[in-house]
Design a protein around this ligand. Structure first.
Ligand SMILES: [Zn+2]
Length: 414
């Protein structure tokens, strides 16, 4: 512990970075980068290439393969993504850290929330200021601090900035998995909780879409010939919702339904979307079995077909021994800086789930402190830009200087 203290003088220059960080954050948050805004994501990627390029590593812009998504009308649609940024330095160092953050936000170009506003001397409100643009600057400054230190080169690092996290990382998942395999521990820059606590275990999550088809008919003349897709979709939705409270840690949320048209026509199509969360990986099989059974019942109806799309894109993040050692290390770094770092489990998901599923122990709330995420009240506590940069930088310096035995974190491949 005392040895960690000797590293803190290398963090002092961070204090002077505050104004620049606030200005850069406002600038980045004022550029719309909703997950579907490819032009905006290209712009953010260009700005970040420039900023991260200053670290002297290799910068690569990676085009992601489009995927197919079921539209609200039940038809498949090609989903394009913005670019992914990959930056790395010292790739042959014996210990390597992966740093992950996303460039996209939940606020598309049509959303009312577009600009930042300084609501108090210490708070900035704006789209993505906490989730996750503030975290990108924390990551950048921590790496800068490492590269300025006498131990630069002793620690390899790789940065992955993806454009599709708010969609569940469908386009970048394979890249995250590959990067997890090249590194020994991971830091993800999602915001910390409003009280500064970090996320520990996380639930797994699956998104599903059911497309129900029936047969259209005149509601007056030939009602008997119609097969009502809306009714079948409603029965399906109720059956799925009734999976709630059947198994500990498993929740189901039907969140969208659309179908039908004029009321004098028997509706021939309906779409239902729902999300499932679970804590234990074995619950996946339980859920899928139940869904298959419900599906079979609906499909057995005359003239009705139901096609179920989707999967569990994010596995539960379970805290194993390697994760706990990493948390312990963060807590020690925090204590050295006068911070009492705590953590708690959450039902939310992020790329930390993906890294963990790929066998990489990681802490996924290394970003700023803020709140109101995914709402027009999103804000960041500005002093946390410095506080959390210092925390990340000390963590990296501790690993690079050998104050902490990095080998202790090396997770076993799953
Ligand atoms: Zn996020």
């Amino acid at each position: 512990m005392a040895e960690l203290k000797t590293l803190t003088s290398h963090l002092d220059w961070l204090e002077a970075q505050y104004d620049e960080m606030v200005a850069n954050l406002a600038y980045l948050a004022n550029i719309n980068s909703g997950s579907y805004n490819i032009v905006g994501l290209e712009r953010i990627a260009a700005e970040l290439s420039h900023l991260f390029g200053g670290l002297g590593g290799q910068v690569h812009r990676v085009a992601l393969e489009p995927t197919v998504r079921i539209g609200d009308d039940g038809e498949p649609r090609v989903c394009e993504f913005g670019p992914l940024l990959n930056v790395y330095k010292h790739p042959s160092a014996p210990l390597r850290v992966l740093l992950v953050g996303h460039m996209d936000t939940v606020f598309g170009t049509e959303h009312a929330f577009q600009r930042v506003e300084r609501v108090s001397p210490t708070q900035l409100k704006g789209p993505g200021v906490a989730d996750l643009k503030g975290g990108l600057l924390v990551m950048l400054k921590a790496l800068e601090c490492l590269e300025r230190s006498p131990w630069a080169g002793r620690l390899g690092w790789e940065v992955v900035l993806n454009p599709d996290e708010e969609l569940g990382s469908p386009g970048s998942a394979a890249h995250l998995r590959a990067a997890a395999g090249r590194n020994h521990l991971g830091l993800v820059y999602e915001p910390a909780m409003a009280n500064g606590a970090l996320a520990a275990a996380r639930k797994g999550s699956g998104n599903f879409t059911a497309v129900v088809r029936g047969r259209a008919a005149h509601a007056g003349r030939e009602h008997h010939l119609g097969r009502n897709a809306l009714r079948a979709a409603a029965d399906f939705l109720i059956a799925v919702d009734e999976l709630n409270a059947r198994r500990s840690g498993v929740t189901v949320n039907p969140g969208f339904i659309r179908g039908g048209g004029p009321v004098n026509v028997v509706p021939d199509r309906a779409v239902v979307r729902f999300n499932i969360r679970l804590s234990d990986p074995v619950d996946e099989a339980w859920v899928l079995e139940r869904l298959a059974a419900i599906n079979q019942v609906i499909n057995a109806r005359d003239g009705i077909t139901l096609a179920l799309h989707g999967d569990f894109g994010r596995k539960p993040k379970v805290l194993d021994a390697a994760h706990r050692r990493l948390f312990d290390w963060v807590r020690r770094c925090g204590r050295t800086l006068g911070l009492n770092i705590t953590w708690r489990d959450t039902g939310g998901c992020c790329d930390g789930n993906n890294l963990s599923a790929a066998g990489l122990p990681n802490i996924d709330t290394m970003g700023v402190i803020g709140g109101g995420l995914h709402s027009v009240d999103e804000y960041v506590e500005l002093p946390s830009l410095i506080e959390r940069s210092r925390l990340s930088a000390l963590l990296l310096l501790g690993l690079a200087s050998g104050r902490c035995d990095g080998a202790a974190f090396k997770g076993e491949a799953p």
